[in-house]
Design a protein around this ligand. Sequence first.
Ligand code: UT7
Length: 331
Amino acid sequence: MKKRAVITGVHAWVPPYVLGNKELETMVDTNDEWITSRTGIKERRILKGENQGTSVIGTEAVKGLLEKTGTDPEDIDLIICATVTPDMLFPATANIVAHNVGAKNSYSFDISAACSGFLYALTIGSQFIETGAHKKVIIIGADKMSSIVNYQDRTTCIIFGDGGGAVLLEPTEEPLGIMDSLLHTDGSGADFLHMRAGGSRKPATLETVKNREHYVFQEGSTVFKFAVTKMADVSAKIMKKNNLNSEDVAWLVPHQANKRIIDATANRMGIGPEKVMLNIEKYGNTTAGTLPLCLWDYESQLKKGDNLILAAFGGGFTWGAVYLKWGYDPK
Ligand code: UT7
Protein backbone atom coordinates (compact mmCIF):
# COMPACT_ATOMS: atom_id res chain seq x y z
CA MET A 1 0.00 0.00 0.00
CA LYS A 2 1.34 3.45 -0.95
CA LYS A 3 2.16 5.64 2.02
CA ARG A 4 0.55 9.08 1.76
CA ALA A 5 0.83 12.32 3.73
CA VAL A 6 -2.44 13.33 5.34
CA ILE A 7 -3.36 16.54 7.16
CA THR A 8 -4.18 15.54 10.74
CA GLY A 9 -4.77 19.03 12.13
CA VAL A 10 -4.96 22.69 11.21
CA HIS A 11 -4.71 25.87 13.26
CA ALA A 12 -4.37 29.52 12.32
CA TRP A 13 -3.91 32.91 13.90
CA VAL A 14 -4.67 36.50 12.96
CA PRO A 15 -3.66 39.60 14.92
CA PRO A 16 -6.45 41.38 16.80
CA TYR A 17 -6.23 44.81 15.09
CA VAL A 18 -8.93 45.18 12.41
CA LEU A 19 -8.26 47.62 9.55
CA GLY A 20 -11.64 48.19 7.92
CA ASN A 21 -12.48 49.84 4.60
CA LYS A 22 -13.75 52.94 6.44
CA GLU A 23 -10.35 53.50 8.08
CA LEU A 24 -8.64 53.06 4.67
CA GLU A 25 -10.91 55.82 3.34
CA THR A 26 -9.12 58.18 5.75
CA MET A 27 -5.68 57.09 4.50
CA VAL A 28 -6.03 57.01 0.66
CA ASP A 29 -8.50 58.14 -1.99
CA THR A 30 -10.77 55.08 -1.95
CA ASN A 31 -14.18 54.00 -0.73
CA ASP A 32 -15.89 50.96 0.75
CA GLU A 33 -18.09 50.50 -2.33
CA TRP A 34 -15.09 50.32 -4.74
CA ILE A 35 -13.11 47.94 -2.52
CA THR A 36 -16.08 45.66 -1.87
CA SER A 37 -17.24 45.44 -5.48
CA ARG A 38 -13.76 45.14 -7.07
CA THR A 39 -12.20 42.73 -4.51
CA GLY A 40 -14.78 41.40 -2.01
CA ILE A 41 -12.71 42.68 0.94
CA LYS A 42 -14.31 44.43 3.94
CA GLU A 43 -11.52 44.30 6.51
CA ARG A 44 -8.06 42.89 7.13
CA ARG A 45 -5.91 42.25 10.24
CA ILE A 46 -2.72 44.16 11.04
CA LEU A 47 0.08 43.00 13.34
CA LYS A 48 1.02 46.06 15.40
CA GLY A 49 3.90 46.68 17.79
CA GLU A 50 7.69 46.77 17.87
CA ASN A 51 9.69 43.66 16.93
CA GLN A 52 6.63 41.73 15.79
CA GLY A 53 7.46 39.70 12.68
CA THR A 54 5.85 36.85 10.76
CA SER A 55 7.27 34.42 13.33
CA VAL A 56 4.67 35.75 15.80
CA ILE A 57 1.90 34.53 13.48
CA GLY A 58 3.68 31.22 12.80
CA THR A 59 4.40 30.61 16.49
CA GLU A 60 0.79 31.22 17.56
CA ALA A 61 -0.51 28.97 14.78
CA VAL A 62 1.93 26.13 15.55
CA LYS A 63 1.43 26.34 19.34
CA GLY A 64 -2.33 25.99 18.81
CA LEU A 65 -1.80 23.15 16.34
CA LEU A 66 0.43 21.18 18.74
CA GLU A 67 -2.06 21.63 21.57
CA LYS A 68 -5.06 20.72 19.45
CA THR A 69 -3.47 17.56 18.03
CA GLY A 70 -1.82 16.55 21.33
CA THR A 71 1.59 16.57 19.65
CA ASP A 72 4.85 16.73 21.62
CA PRO A 73 7.00 19.45 19.95
CA GLU A 74 10.04 17.18 20.32
CA ASP A 75 8.39 14.65 17.97
CA ILE A 76 8.34 17.11 15.05
CA ASP A 77 10.83 16.14 12.31
CA LEU A 78 10.58 19.14 9.99
CA ILE A 79 8.98 22.60 9.85
CA ILE A 80 8.62 24.44 6.54
CA CYS A 81 7.44 28.03 6.52
CA ALA A 82 6.11 29.60 3.31
CA THR A 83 6.46 33.38 3.50
CA VAL A 84 7.64 36.43 1.55
CA THR A 85 7.83 38.54 4.70
CA PRO A 86 10.36 36.66 6.84
CA ASP A 87 11.36 38.25 10.16
CA MET A 88 14.82 38.80 8.64
CA LEU A 89 16.41 37.86 5.29
CA PHE A 90 18.17 35.20 7.34
CA PRO A 91 17.89 33.13 9.45
CA ALA A 92 14.72 31.45 8.28
CA THR A 93 11.48 32.34 10.08
CA ALA A 94 10.82 28.58 10.38
CA ASN A 95 13.92 28.33 12.62
CA ILE A 96 12.57 31.05 14.92
CA VAL A 97 9.18 29.34 15.12
CA ALA A 98 10.82 25.94 15.80
CA HIS A 99 12.77 27.50 18.67
CA ASN A 100 9.70 29.29 20.08
CA VAL A 101 7.59 26.13 20.17
CA GLY A 102 10.34 23.84 21.52
CA ALA A 103 10.69 21.70 18.37
CA LYS A 104 14.22 20.74 19.45
CA ASN A 105 14.60 17.70 17.21
CA SER A 106 13.32 19.35 14.07
CA TYR A 107 15.19 21.05 11.25
CA SER A 108 13.45 23.84 9.42
CA PHE A 109 13.56 26.14 6.43
CA ASP A 110 11.57 28.81 4.58
CA ILE A 111 10.39 28.76 1.02
CA SER A 112 9.54 31.79 -1.09
CA ALA A 113 6.72 31.29 -3.57
CA ALA A 114 4.47 34.22 -2.61
CA CYS A 115 0.75 33.41 -2.72
CA SER A 116 1.43 29.85 -3.94
CA GLY A 117 3.88 29.27 -1.06
CA PHE A 118 1.58 27.09 1.01
CA LEU A 119 0.95 24.76 -1.95
CA TYR A 120 4.67 24.52 -2.72
CA ALA A 121 5.50 23.80 0.94
CA LEU A 122 2.67 21.28 1.30
CA THR A 123 3.94 19.42 -1.77
CA ILE A 124 7.55 19.44 -0.54
CA GLY A 125 6.57 18.34 2.98
CA SER A 126 4.36 15.51 1.75
CA GLN A 127 7.30 14.00 -0.19
CA PHE A 128 9.28 13.55 3.04
CA ILE A 129 6.34 11.61 4.51
CA GLU A 130 5.70 9.52 1.38
CA THR A 131 9.34 8.38 1.22
CA GLY A 132 9.16 7.33 4.87
CA ALA A 133 11.90 9.80 5.85
CA HIS A 134 9.70 11.68 8.35
CA LYS A 135 6.61 11.02 10.47
CA LYS A 136 5.55 14.52 11.57
CA VAL A 137 5.99 17.56 9.33
CA ILE A 138 4.51 21.01 9.99
CA ILE A 139 3.70 23.31 7.06
CA ILE A 140 3.21 27.00 7.85
CA GLY A 141 1.85 29.64 5.48
CA ALA A 142 2.10 33.11 7.02
CA ASP A 143 2.77 36.70 6.04
CA LYS A 144 2.92 40.09 7.66
CA MET A 145 2.07 41.97 4.46
CA SER A 146 1.64 45.26 6.35
CA SER A 147 5.45 45.32 6.69
CA ILE A 148 5.87 45.74 2.89
CA VAL A 149 2.67 47.56 1.92
CA ASN A 150 2.77 51.23 0.95
CA TYR A 151 -0.18 52.82 2.76
CA GLN A 152 -0.06 55.70 0.27
CA ASP A 153 -0.75 53.39 -2.71
CA ARG A 154 -4.49 52.76 -2.99
CA THR A 155 -4.04 49.99 -5.55
CA THR A 156 -2.20 47.69 -3.12
CA CYS A 157 -2.94 48.80 0.44
CA ILE A 158 -6.61 47.87 0.19
CA ILE A 159 -5.84 44.24 -0.71
CA PHE A 160 -3.31 42.91 1.76
CA GLY A 161 -3.51 41.85 5.41
CA ASP A 162 -1.55 39.88 8.03
CA GLY A 163 -2.19 36.33 9.19
CA GLY A 164 -1.48 32.69 8.60
CA GLY A 165 -1.84 29.12 9.69
CA ALA A 166 -0.23 25.72 9.93
CA VAL A 167 -1.08 22.09 9.25
CA LEU A 168 0.37 18.85 10.61
CA LEU A 169 1.23 16.16 8.04
CA GLU A 170 1.50 12.51 9.11
CA PRO A 171 1.70 9.21 7.22
CA THR A 172 -1.35 7.11 6.44
CA GLU A 173 -1.96 3.91 4.53
CA GLU A 174 -5.64 4.76 4.10
CA PRO A 175 -6.65 6.25 0.71
CA LEU A 176 -6.54 9.80 2.17
CA GLY A 177 -4.26 12.82 2.11
CA ILE A 178 -2.29 14.59 -0.61
CA MET A 179 -3.27 12.78 -3.82
CA ASP A 180 -1.76 15.02 -6.51
CA SER A 181 -0.10 18.35 -7.06
CA LEU A 182 0.53 20.58 -10.10
CA LEU A 183 2.93 23.48 -9.58
CA HIS A 184 4.10 26.12 -12.07
CA THR A 185 6.44 29.11 -12.32
CA ASP A 186 6.90 31.85 -14.94
CA GLY A 187 9.79 34.13 -13.99
CA SER A 188 8.78 36.77 -16.53
CA GLY A 189 6.06 37.70 -14.02
CA ALA A 190 8.69 39.37 -11.81
CA ASP A 191 8.19 42.59 -13.77
CA PHE A 192 4.55 42.88 -12.66
CA LEU A 193 4.68 41.93 -8.97
CA HIS A 194 7.79 42.46 -6.85
CA MET A 195 9.58 44.41 -4.14
CA ARG A 196 12.26 46.38 -5.96
CA ALA A 197 14.87 47.05 -3.26
CA GLY A 198 16.25 45.35 -0.18
CA GLY A 199 17.65 42.28 -1.95
CA SER A 200 21.15 41.67 -3.32
CA ARG A 201 20.40 43.45 -6.61
CA LYS A 202 19.47 46.71 -4.94
CA PRO A 203 20.43 46.78 -1.26
CA ALA A 204 18.81 49.31 1.04
CA THR A 205 20.14 52.88 0.82
CA LEU A 206 18.74 56.22 1.93
CA GLU A 207 17.71 56.69 -1.71
CA THR A 208 15.75 53.40 -1.94
CA VAL A 209 13.91 54.25 1.25
CA LYS A 210 13.15 57.78 0.02
CA ASN A 211 11.87 56.35 -3.29
CA ARG A 212 9.58 53.93 -1.43
CA GLU A 213 11.19 50.92 -3.13
CA HIS A 214 10.83 48.60 -0.13
CA TYR A 215 7.13 48.10 -0.78
CA VAL A 216 5.06 45.74 -2.92
CA PHE A 217 4.81 46.92 -6.51
CA GLN A 218 1.92 45.37 -8.44
CA GLU A 219 0.61 46.06 -11.92
CA GLY A 220 -2.85 44.98 -10.80
CA SER A 221 -4.70 44.51 -14.07
CA THR A 222 -1.89 42.43 -15.67
CA VAL A 223 -1.64 40.21 -12.58
CA PHE A 224 -5.43 39.91 -12.55
CA LYS A 225 -5.53 38.65 -16.14
CA PHE A 226 -2.84 36.01 -15.51
CA ALA A 227 -4.42 34.99 -12.20
CA VAL A 228 -7.91 34.46 -13.63
CA THR A 229 -6.60 32.28 -16.46
CA LYS A 230 -3.91 30.31 -14.67
CA MET A 231 -5.81 29.54 -11.45
CA ALA A 232 -8.83 28.33 -13.40
CA ASP A 233 -6.68 26.33 -15.88
CA VAL A 234 -4.67 24.51 -13.24
CA SER A 235 -7.78 23.69 -11.18
CA ALA A 236 -9.58 22.25 -14.22
CA LYS A 237 -6.41 20.35 -15.20
CA ILE A 238 -5.95 18.65 -11.82
CA MET A 239 -9.62 17.57 -11.84
CA LYS A 240 -9.27 16.08 -15.32
CA LYS A 241 -5.99 14.35 -14.49
CA ASN A 242 -7.65 12.66 -11.50
CA ASN A 243 -10.97 11.88 -13.25
CA LEU A 244 -12.92 14.17 -10.92
CA ASN A 245 -16.09 15.88 -12.03
CA SER A 246 -17.73 18.79 -10.24
CA GLU A 247 -19.96 16.50 -8.13
CA ASP A 248 -16.88 14.66 -6.83
CA VAL A 249 -15.35 17.86 -5.45
CA ALA A 250 -16.59 18.73 -1.94
CA TRP A 251 -14.68 22.02 -1.64
CA LEU A 252 -12.63 24.45 -3.67
CA VAL A 253 -10.06 26.09 -1.39
CA PRO A 254 -8.90 29.11 -3.41
CA HIS A 255 -6.22 31.67 -2.68
CA GLN A 256 -8.04 34.78 -1.43
CA ALA A 257 -6.68 37.57 -3.65
CA ASN A 258 -9.82 38.84 -5.31
CA LYS A 259 -13.37 37.47 -5.18
CA ARG A 260 -13.66 37.91 -8.95
CA ILE A 261 -10.69 35.54 -9.50
CA ILE A 262 -12.25 33.00 -7.10
CA ASP A 263 -15.62 33.17 -8.90
CA ALA A 264 -13.95 32.64 -12.30
CA THR A 265 -12.09 29.57 -10.99
CA ALA A 266 -15.25 28.06 -9.47
CA ASN A 267 -17.17 28.69 -12.72
CA ARG A 268 -14.51 26.96 -14.77
CA MET A 269 -14.67 23.94 -12.43
CA GLY A 270 -18.48 23.90 -12.59
CA ILE A 271 -18.69 24.35 -8.82
CA GLY A 272 -21.41 26.34 -7.05
CA PRO A 273 -20.66 28.99 -4.39
CA GLU A 274 -21.81 26.65 -1.61
CA LYS A 275 -18.67 24.57 -2.19
CA VAL A 276 -16.20 27.46 -2.26
CA MET A 277 -14.28 28.45 0.86
CA LEU A 278 -14.37 32.21 1.18
CA ASN A 279 -13.09 34.47 3.97
CA ILE A 280 -11.54 37.29 1.92
CA GLU A 281 -14.05 39.75 3.38
CA LYS A 282 -12.53 39.26 6.89
CA TYR A 283 -8.80 38.95 6.19
CA GLY A 284 -8.04 40.27 2.68
CA ASN A 285 -5.04 38.75 0.92
CA THR A 286 -2.61 37.32 3.49
CA THR A 287 -0.37 35.88 0.69
CA ALA A 288 0.93 32.48 1.96
CA GLY A 289 -1.59 32.62 4.80
CA THR A 290 -4.85 32.42 2.86
CA LEU A 291 -5.13 28.65 2.32
CA PRO A 292 -4.49 27.48 5.91
CA LEU A 293 -6.76 30.31 7.12
CA CYS A 294 -9.54 28.90 4.90
CA LEU A 295 -9.00 25.31 6.12
CA TRP A 296 -9.11 26.58 9.73
CA ASP A 297 -12.29 28.60 9.22
CA TYR A 298 -14.08 25.70 7.50
CA GLU A 299 -12.58 22.81 9.54
CA SER A 300 -15.85 22.07 11.36
CA GLN A 301 -17.62 21.51 8.01
CA LEU A 302 -15.02 19.07 6.60
CA LYS A 303 -15.60 15.31 6.63
CA LYS A 304 -13.17 12.42 6.32
CA GLY A 305 -12.73 11.53 2.65
CA ASP A 306 -13.95 14.89 1.28
CA ASN A 307 -12.22 15.78 -2.00
CA LEU A 308 -10.61 19.24 -1.76
CA ILE A 309 -8.96 21.20 -4.56
CA LEU A 310 -6.58 23.88 -3.25
CA ALA A 311 -5.56 26.47 -5.87
CA ALA A 312 -3.39 29.58 -5.85
CA PHE A 313 -1.74 32.19 -8.06
CA GLY A 314 0.80 34.78 -7.03
CA GLY A 315 4.09 36.64 -7.31
CA GLY A 316 6.79 35.01 -9.38
CA PHE A 317 4.58 34.27 -11.19
CA THR A 318 3.80 31.08 -9.31
CA TRP A 319 0.63 29.05 -9.45
CA GLY A 320 -0.65 25.59 -8.77
CA ALA A 321 -3.28 23.23 -7.42
CA VAL A 322 -3.27 20.39 -4.91
CA TYR A 323 -5.87 17.63 -4.81
CA LEU A 324 -6.29 16.12 -1.34
CA LYS A 325 -8.69 13.90 0.53
CA TRP A 326 -9.49 15.31 3.97
CA GLY A 327 -8.29 13.08 6.79
CA TYR A 328 -10.76 13.41 9.67
CA ASP A 329 -14.32 14.19 10.72
CA PRO A 330 -15.13 17.28 12.85
CA LYS A 331 -13.98 16.73 16.44
O1 UT7 B 1 -2.25 37.57 -4.57
C1 UT7 B 1 -1.23 37.83 -5.49
C2 UT7 B 1 -1.72 38.07 -6.85
N1 UT7 B 1 -2.46 39.30 -6.89
C3 UT7 B 1 -3.67 39.29 -7.41
O2 UT7 B 1 -4.19 38.27 -7.80
C4 UT7 B 1 -4.33 40.63 -7.56
C5 UT7 B 1 -4.83 40.79 -8.96
N2 UT7 B 1 -5.35 42.13 -9.25
C6 UT7 B 1 -6.49 42.60 -8.71
O3 UT7 B 1 -7.09 41.98 -7.86
C7 UT7 B 1 -7.03 43.88 -9.26
O4 UT7 B 1 -6.33 44.22 -10.42
C8 UT7 B 1 -7.00 45.07 -8.27
C9 UT7 B 1 -7.97 44.85 -7.14
C10 UT7 B 1 -5.59 45.28 -7.74
C11 UT7 B 1 -7.42 46.35 -9.00
O5 UT7 B 1 -8.70 46.17 -9.57
P1 UT7 B 1 -8.97 46.46 -11.11
O6 UT7 B 1 -10.38 46.24 -11.33
O7 UT7 B 1 -8.00 45.68 -11.93
O8 UT7 B 1 -8.67 47.99 -11.20
P2 UT7 B 1 -7.63 48.78 -12.15
O9 UT7 B 1 -6.26 48.65 -11.60
O10 UT7 B 1 -7.87 48.39 -13.58
O11 UT7 B 1 -8.15 50.26 -11.95
C12 UT7 B 1 -9.45 50.67 -12.36
C13 UT7 B 1 -9.71 52.08 -11.84
C14 UT7 B 1 -8.56 53.04 -12.09
O12 UT7 B 1 -9.07 54.30 -12.33
P3 UT7 B 1 -9.19 54.87 -13.83
O13 UT7 B 1 -7.79 54.88 -14.36
O14 UT7 B 1 -10.09 53.93 -14.55
O15 UT7 B 1 -9.77 56.24 -13.63
C15 UT7 B 1 -7.84 53.05 -10.76
O16 UT7 B 1 -7.11 54.23 -10.55
O17 UT7 B 1 -9.88 52.02 -10.40
C16 UT7 B 1 -8.98 52.94 -9.78
N3 UT7 B 1 -8.58 52.42 -8.49
C17 UT7 B 1 -9.24 52.69 -7.35
N4 UT7 B 1 -10.31 53.45 -7.09
C18 UT7 B 1 -10.75 53.52 -5.81
C19 UT7 B 1 -7.55 51.59 -8.22
N5 UT7 B 1 -7.51 51.32 -6.90
C20 UT7 B 1 -8.54 52.00 -6.34
C21 UT7 B 1 -9.03 52.13 -5.02
N6 UT7 B 1 -10.12 52.88 -4.80
N7 UT7 B 1 -8.45 51.49 -3.98
